[in-house]
Design a protein around this ligand. Sequence first.
Ligand code: SF4
Length: 273
Amino acid sequence: MPFEPPRSLSPSKVSSFRSCALAFRFTAIERLPDPATVATVKGTLVHSALEGLFWNHPQGRRSPVAAASELDAAWTALQADLDFLSLDLTPDEAGAMRADAEQLVANYFVLEDPNEVTPVGIELTLEARLGDVRFRGILDRLDRTPDGELVVIDYKTGRAPPPAYEQARLTGVQLYALLCQEVLGRRPVQAKLLHLKEPTVITAEPSEQGLKGQRTKTMAVWTAIERACRDEDFRPNTGPLCRFCRFQEFCPAYGGDPSLAAAAFATSGQGAA
Ligand code: SF4
């Protein structure tokens, strides 16, 4: 029986399908569970702290001390979070996670002065219609410059990519810029990735032509997804990310059978989310 296409597309789904259609099938179509990791939970923690810094502290009062108090509050809330609890960390491991998060939040202040920033949206959900597809995404932050222009901000808590992969990383943030243009009718002048670990900023300046290209490519990805669902044909695309792929044993490129994945995850007690 053909697969049902997802109800909507997001920048991360576009990137997932482009990098490996089969892995996309497992996550976005069959919705096999994606267990929490230290990296994902730490990312959520840092995002919460920075979100609180902007929500709860007016311009002029967004200091490292204020950010540390937001991290404290987010850490307290995390203690009852199911993803955090599922990691089953020892006190030392939990302490290391907390220390890493503190460093990432401190590094944020190396990249910009939050008192000079005017956000017009934080954790902002935008949804647009591109042809037949509902295209939606959540922006970490949308800023307005003193000239009234828009800037898209995306926080990253993992390592910055080597220069050869920067362009691929910027595609995601360009898609957020496309969403802004579609929903708000304004093309952001910049889209920035704030890599908190290094710390470093990677900036793109979306052009009219560039966003037009992203729109065309996104609609082409949707057509390819619909076709793959109809034909039940999601091909593996091997690459460096296979090392981290939790579906490798079900991947034909590694001698596996994709049709066994859903049942295997169900019997392991990790039913589809
Ligand atoms: S192992 Fe590699 S090729 Fe196979 S599904 Fe995972 S990412 Fe795709």
